[in-house]
Design a protein around this ligand. Structure first.
Ligand code: NDP
Ligand code: HSE
Length: 432
């Protein structure tokens, strides 16, 4: 019988400090839930002298990874150093030393998840990663356990807090992308280098993880179509409002007839959609299962204690497995070979904001481009832009295929009817 469980922590930054605070501060609850004491034995950091945001005995700190991943007394290693290569190396070492591993690292899991999970299985170890997607929201356990009986056909997620905060502020306070980004960086919400957040890469990593689990297929980061939010303007948000939509960076994963599509892109959601009300830095994941219908999880996608909550819940799961002697048995190989939809199998509605010559015949030439591709228009408005002979046309199509829409886009760009395609987004809703 397991008498006590000793944990090695790799990293003591925002998340690592939260893990220490929770493991120390929730001893009674942990003892009750797992039936034995759990304590932190060693902590890897880079800088031994740095001030920490949690109380930690300095004697536990080390700058040598080996003192954590190869310590025979350590049962569980928690990786919260971030980055790819070093984290991968330490996790593989820990697994080969028969230590169970918990990580919050979506960058690593999106790229090397399959390799690490199979290493865990070979070594009879658990590898859990609840905190890697949507911080404090228990989305992975929901997909793996809660909805294990169902067939999931659709997942839509607001899985990046930084971009949701930026879009909310732009919309509510009528500010530009650049203004809000600067403010978010000053407040510490957005990172100094915000590229992976604002260009949708962080969300794409999380959607690759969710799609792999939800659809039981090996979905790689390269399989996710990605477009960020940096070119969204106040005008786009104003028209979205007029048309009854909210603009969100949406991770979209859908399965039809065994084939899947996964994308991250700015999307206009009808104001009535459950995700439209998710504001500021909050995250949410909407799931559609054939039997359960619609469900949605909402909560903090980042932050010290929310993220630590997920990590310590993984720790509880590992220790329960240790006491039952069933570690390493929860990795389930993907049920299906990966089949990605082709562009003519991806359905969507699309928003365009166009600048056209304000002269006779333009409108009919414009609408005939859509008509020639057998795409009808759901919403349409036109207004003059200044007195320079240019009109702004804003429209939303009915449902069409991505292929048809790409053809329309190309023709709009090349036909001479349109001066400039100012913006172009996917729209959620309708028969898709
Ligand atoms: P931080 O930068 O705050 O902390 C990183 C910690 O790891 C620091 O303590 C640092 O040491 C240590 N570290 C980094 N590289 C090394 C190395 N090569 N050797 C030894 N120690 C190292 O990161 P976060 O806590 O914010 O994030 C950690 C992980 O959690 C990342 O994978 C992130 O994506 C993920 N995550 C973070 C969330 C958040 O809200 N912050 C939310 C969800 C996931 P030192 O302190 O000495 O510099
Ligand atoms: N940068 C991420 C976000 C942190 O803004 O959501 C959590 O992964």
């Amino acid at each position: 019988m397991v008498q006590n469980v000793s944990v090695g922590l790799l990293g003591l930054g925002t998340v690592g400090s939260g893990v220490v605070r929770m493991v120390e501060g929730h001893q009674e609850e942990l003892l009750h839930r797992v039936g034995c004491p759990v304590y932190i034995k060693r902590v890897l950091v880079q800088n031994l002298d740095k001030e920490r945001s949690c109380h930690i005995n300095p004697e536990l700190l080390t700058s040598k990874a080996d003192e954590v991943v190869s310590d025979p007394e350590i049962d569980v290693v928690i990786e919260v150093i971030g980055g790819i290569e070093r984290a991968r190396e330490y996790i593989l070492q820990a697994l080969s030393n028969k230590k169970h591993v918990i990580t919050a690292n979506k960058d690593l899991m999106a790229l090397h998840g399959a390799e690490l999970l199979s290493a865990a299985e070979e070594n009879g170890c658990d590898l859990f990663y609840e905190a890697s997607v949507a911080g404090g929201i228990p989305i992975i356990r929901t997909l793996v356990d809660g909805l294990a009986s169902d067939r999931i056909t659709k997942m839509m997620g607001i899985v990046n807090g930084t971009t949701n905060y930026i879009l909310t502020k732009m919309d509510k306070e009528n500010l530009t992308f650049e203004e809000v980004l600067k403010e978010a960086q000053e407040l510490g919400y957005a990172e100094a280098d915000p590229t992976s957040d604002v260009e949708g890469i962080d969300a794409a990593r999380k959607m690759a993880i969710l799609a792999s689990l939800g659809f039981s297929m090996n979905i790689h980061l390269d399989d996710v179509e990605v477009k960020g939010i940096s070119s969204i303007t106040s005008e786009d948000l104003e028209y979205a409002r007029q048309f009854g939509y909210s603009m969100k960076l949406i991770g979209n994963a859908k399965k039809d007839n065994g084939k899947v599509e996964v994308s991250v892109e700015p999307t206009l959601l009808p104001d009535t959609h459950p995700l439209a009300s998710v504001q500021n830095e909050y995250n949410a994941v909407y799931i559609y299962g054939e039997a359960v219908g619609e469900t949605m999880l909402f909560g903090p996608g980042a932050g010290q204690l929310p993220t630590a909550t997920s990590i310590v819940s993984d720790l509880v799961a590992v220790v329960r497995n240790m006491r039952l002697g069933v570690n390493g048995k929860s990795v389930v190989a993907p049920q299906f070979d990966k089949q990605l939809k082709k562009d003519d199998e991806i359905a969507g509605k699309y928003f365009y904001r166009l600048h056209v010559k304000d002269e006779a015949g333009t409108f009919s030439a414009l609408t005939s481009i859509f008509a020639n591709h057998e795409v009808s228009l759901e919403k349409l408005l036109q207004k003059p832009v200044g007195d320079n002979g240019v009109a702004e046309v804003v429209l939303v199509t009915h449902t069409t295929s991505k292929q048809q829409n790409d053809n329309i886009y190309q023709q709009l760009r090349d036909s001479g009817v349109v001066n400039q395609i100012k913006s172009h987004y996917r729209v959620e809703g309708g028969a898709q």
